[in-house]
Design a protein around this ligand. Structure first.
Ligand code: UD2
Length: 319
């Protein structure tokens, strides 16, 4: 029976050609699962999937297209929904596009999942949902306080999923990812994460820019930990309807990050400072007790080890 379950489970990864998605797809393929990918290649790329392309069923399409979704969702067991415009800055520049993709797109994914009778939808939500709530670390029972359109519509997606769970019994789990970094976080995108920007600056002999005084903190979580947490959320029984933080439980300021990069790269770079960024959260650290308790999740790769791997990857990309 277990053999047949393994053979027959079909995973659909929306945004599977993106930074996080491509790592999840690689791990699913490594485990021998069947994988379908839906990605419109707006921020992702086929190059991210070069090691697995022959083993997956790739569909170039948009989550806002319900006709296409209906076809692509046929026969799917698990949906890992990552397709999104994932940038605070971009959402402030164009809140309509972010709302269209992250909220309406999520509703379309939920409708298609319900129609296809999928077993469970696991969605990438965000630690940005907590905003500047003064209580640290962030616990899921805290009142959300979104400070940007990005945080707001990701939160709306969570609530939509919970509502579909209550109304229609669709199993749904929202994972609040904290600040994910690692290989394939596109260094060329203006909306990329700070670690990708900092390391690219270091490796090309430029000075990294800190927005503000650098005392803002983030829970930087290496992408392999996110893969682990996401797949646990697909497998574990009894978690439907839950919202769960996925981070490391450790906060690091940007100033500390610069010190660590200086140490890893054996240099003494002094960053330059710019004005604080609009819509920025000051502090963000995840309480991961719930993930530990209900998923058996544990962050296995440390921040420093993750940074070393990311440096190695960016070096090879830039060579
Ligand atoms: C938010 C979410 C994160 C994820 C992400 C998706 C929070 C706490 N986190 O990340 O969970 O959903 O959005 O994109 O809201 N910075 C610099 N210099 C640079 C670039 C950034 O100082 O060159 C600062 C930036 O002002 C911020 C910090 O670095 O204080 C992290 O910025 P980010 O864009 O990497 O991620 P963030 O926190 O918006």
């Amino acid at each position: 029976f277990i053999y047949w379950r393994l053979v027959l489970a079909l995973y659909l990864v929306t945004g599977g050609a993106g930074f996080i998605g491509s790592h999840i797809v690689e791990e699913l393929v490594r485990r021998g699962e069947s994988v379908r990918i839906l990605d419109n290649l707006s921020t992702g790329s086929k190059a991210n999937l070069s090691s697995v392309m022959e083993k997956v069923d790739f569909h170039d399409g948009d989550i806002c297209d319900p006709e296409m979704l209906r076809e692509v969702f046929k026969g799917v067991d698990y949906v890992i929904h990552l397709a999104a415009l994932s940038s605070v800055v971009r959402s402030i520049e164009d809140p309509v596009a972010t709302t269209q993709v992250n909220m309406i797109g999520t509703v379309q994914v939920l409708l298609a999942s319900r129609e296809a009778h999928v077993k469970r939808v696991v969605m990438a939500a965000t630690g940005a949902a907590y905003g500047d709530n003064p209580v640290l670390p962030r616990v899921e029972t805290q009142m959300p306080d979104p400070l940007s359109p990005y945080a707001l519509v990701k939160l709306a997606g969570e609530y939509y999923g919970k509502i579909f769970h209550r109304l229609f019994g669709l199993e749904f789990v929202a994972l609040r990812f904290f600040n994910v970094f690692g290989p394939r976080q596109n260094p060329k995108s203006p909306y990329t994460g700070v670690m990708s920007k900092f390391i690219t600056a270091y490796l090309s002999g430029k000075i990294p820019t800190i927005f503000g005084d650098g005392e803002q903190s983030r829970d930087f979580v290496y992408v392999a930990n996110i893969v682990n947490g996401t797949l646990l959320a697909c497998e574990k029984p009894g978690v439907a309807g839950k919202v769960i933080n996925i981070g490391t439980g450790v906060g690091t300021t940007l100033n500390q990050t610069i010190k660590l990069l200086n140490h890893i790269l054996g240099v003494e770079v002094k960053p330059q400072h710019g004005p604080p960024r609009l819509g920025d959260v000051q502090h963000s650290t995840a309480d991961i007790s719930l993930a530990r308790a209900v998923l058996g999740y544990e962050p296995l790769i440390s921040f420093e080890e993750g940074l070393r791997r990311t440096v190695a990857w960016l070096r090879s990309e830039m060579a």
